[in-house]
Design a protein around this ligand. Structure first.
Ligand SMILES: *Cc1c(COP(=O)(O)O)cnc(C)c1O
Length: 643
């Protein structure tokens, strides 16, 4: 940890403090001016000042909270994934290829899927669908005859027939049998249509797993065939003369694999099953290792929940090397490797920026002395004077803090017994917190290696503030609430200034769960984040990073906060950026309609009520007009607070 105090604090200290130099690399960094910089093309040059970008977008009437999608990052992630597999294939002399697909469930937004399909064309990158609606997206967007279209999820007859017929369109749909009874539906649909789909089988591996989604494998997993079911399925396909279409073995050990050892076990098991399927007479050709490629949210490079103990390259190396080891000794041709990496592709590219509306903390100012103050109050003032004495020593601070706490308790007791008035009790509390703040300020000025008594060390946390965020976590970062997911959160400016307090965020919803109060801390979690005090009239803008996967579709309308404004942008070759798409956030009218309310009817009722109030002489006509104007404007505007 840097020993910088407020005079020598630099932007680099902030990068270290918020872990940006670890989780942000290569896309996010800090400029000397203390702004977050975005390098959308990673190492290949070009950068944008996030603060200036947000200012310019606001100038276009795009208010916060704002989701900024950097399509260059999406493309860079795809390139890195493919480059990692290409390197591994070359390094291990693997005789096959890598051909990935994007699991649509990870981010179904039209512009996102379209962008991935367009960027992925050079690698014949495909899509994975887990439902009929996702299949429709995938079918309509993929027109590359070599790209795979992996059909997962529960499948009824219509889903299966759609996939079979899509093959006639020149697509490559692979229907993955996930449940034992699906094979019968595939057989009957194939008979009915006189054509067959490409067929895959999802194996239920017994390999152990860990992490949040660990239960995606093992005997009790929701999807996949046990070994007996798998063998029965092969027999059924052979009897129906469809074994020649069995091309793919699929497994998925759960999202965000933290520990690479879990993947290795699964790969070995799946590699053996793959070999067995070829020996049973299936042509095979593809091994689909599912999703699970993790993201290092906290930059700690550990097997903790918010991290991974491997890099993208380690992952590709292990997949390639393990599959090769399983196949070659048995003379089995190595398969084309497929992965369904969603989180790893989509997390980095979107940044959510929200503003802070205000901060609630404890009063720290010292109230001016009054005539004839009670003894307890005078004692507290003396204590404060001792703490703020320039010559105060650490030992003295501890003693002074003990005194302050005692006086505060005495004040409370005196109040309970009727010897102290409510304003006096208020003064006592104010003075106690002023002492606390003065001690915290003193501690902050000490060198980083100073030995500070534990009790004093906890004072800054006791002084923490709540920052009110113009945001709904239920809408924009639902996993922070639902599954305690950690995302890097930090100010996007003022990073050349030492944060002078601790805080957490409360969102706009009237729900006590609507908060962000868990922050990354190098493999650990901390309840408070280092933040700056608000400057009057100045905005304080916070970025939530690495949230491009899963958050949008999982987000809900709690308290009727709708989607935020979103933009897609690309760096221009000539410098600067271009806005490719602007997606306006939900208006109040739209979220009301989502709940079956009729905004027009709502307005009409209020118009009638206004007329009645005017008739009774309770409302002036000009006020009625103003009320209706506010209501009409609100219906057209976003659900968030306007600054
Ligand atoms: C969710 C899912 C994925 C995507 O997983 P990530 O961890 O986001 O890569 C891939 N395949 C299947 C079958 C899934 O259910």
């Amino acid at each position: 940890m840097s020993a910088s105090n407020s005079d020598t604090w630099t932007a680099a200290d902030s990068a270290a403090l918020y872990g940006l130099d670890r989780w942000g690399d290569p896309y996010f960094s800090v400029s000397d001016r203390g702004h977050v910089m975005v390098q959308p093309r990673g190492d290949r040059g070009g950068s944008l000042d996030l603060l200036e970008l947000v200012q310019e977008l606001r100038g276009r009437d795009l208010s916060l909270p704002l989701l900024i999608r950097f399509d260059d990052i999406l493309e860079d992630r795809l390139e890195r994934l493919h480059a990692a597999f290409e390197r591994a294939i070359a390094q291990y002399g693997y005789g096959g290829r890598y051909q990935g697909v994007f699991p649509v469930k990870c981010n179904q937004q039209r512009h996102v899927v379209e962008e991935l399909v367009a960027c992925g064309r050079r690698w014949h990158f495909g899509l994975e669908a887990g439902s009929k609606a996702e299949l429709l997206i995938a079918l309509s967007l993929i027109d590359d005859p070599e790209a795979l279209l992996i059909c997962n999820g529960y499948k009824d007859q219509r889903y299966i027939e759609t996939a079979i017929l899509a093959r006639r369109l020149g697509r490559q749909p692979v229907v993955v049998i996930e449940q034992a009874d699906e094979v019968e539906r595939i057989i009957s649909a194939s008979r009915e249509l006189g054509a067959a789909p490409l067929i895959g089988i999802r194996a239920k591996l017994s390999a152990r797993s860990t992490g949040r989604w660990g239960s995606s494998v093992g005997e009790r997993a929701k999807f996949g065939l046990s070994v007996p079911d798998l063998l029965a399925t092969v027999d059924a396909l052979r009897d129906a003369d469809l074994l020649g279409e069995l091309r793919l073995l699929h497994f998925h050990v759960g999202s965000q694999i933290n520990d690479i050892a879990v993947l290795k076990d699964a790969l070995q098991e799946a590699g053996q099953i793959y070999g067995e399927l070829t020996r049973l007479g299936a042509p095979m050709g593809y091994l689909d290792v599912g999703g699970g490629l993790g993201i290092d949210y906290d930059g700690s490079r550990t097997a903790s929940a918010a991290s991974t103990n491997y890099s993208l390259q380690n992952y590709a190396n292990d997949v390639v090397a393990t599959v090769k080891e399983c196949c070659e000794p048995h003379g089995i041709p190595v398969p084309t490797l497929v992965s369904e990496s969603g989180r790893a592709i989509a997390s980095h590219f979107s940044v959510l920026v929200f503003d802070v509306l205000g901060a609630g903390g404890l009063p720290g100012a010292v109230p001016p002395p009054q005539a004839d103050e009670a003894l307890i109050l005078r004692n507290l003032r003396l204590t404060y004077a001792a703490i703020t004495d320039p010559g105060a020593e650490l030992d003295g601070l501890q003693e002074a803090w003990n005194d302050a706490l005692k006086f505060k308790d005495d004040a409370l007791a005196a109040f309970r017994l009727g010897y102290m008035t409510l304003p006096e009790r208020g003064l006592a509390e104010q003075l106690t917190w002023a002492c606390c703040q003065a001690i915290a300020a003193h501690l902050a000025s000490l060198p980083a290696d100073a030995v500070i008594p534990a009790e004093l060390r906890s004072l800054p946390a006791a002084l923490a503030s709540t920052y009110y965020a113009n945001l709904s976590v239920f809408r924009s970062a639902p996993d922070t609430w639902a599954i305690d997911q950690l995302f890097p959160v930090m100010p996007i400016h003022r990073l050349d200034e030492k944060p002078n307090g601790l805080g957490s965020f409360a969102d706009l919803t009237c729900d006590s769960d609507g908060k962000i109060a868990r922050f990354i801390d190098r493999g650990q979690v901390k309840p408070l984040l280092e933040l700056h005090s608000l400057q009057p009239g100045e905005p304080y803008w916070i970025g939530l990073f690495l949230g491009g996967a899963y958050q949008e579709v999982m987000g809900n309308l709690h308290n009727l906060f709708g989607s935020t404004n979103a933009v897609h942008l690309r760096l221009k070759a000539s410098g600067g950026y271009q806005l490719d798409h602007v997606v306006r956030g939900d208006t109040n009218a739209e979220v009301l309609e989502a709940m079956e309310h009729n905004p027009e009817l709502l307005l009409e009722r209020l118009r009638v009520a206004s007329e009645e109030a005017i008739g009774r002489g309770q409302l002036a006509i000009s006020d009625a007009r103003r009320l209706m104007a506010h209501l009409e404007a609100s219906l057209r505007q976003t659900t968030y607070l306007q600054s």
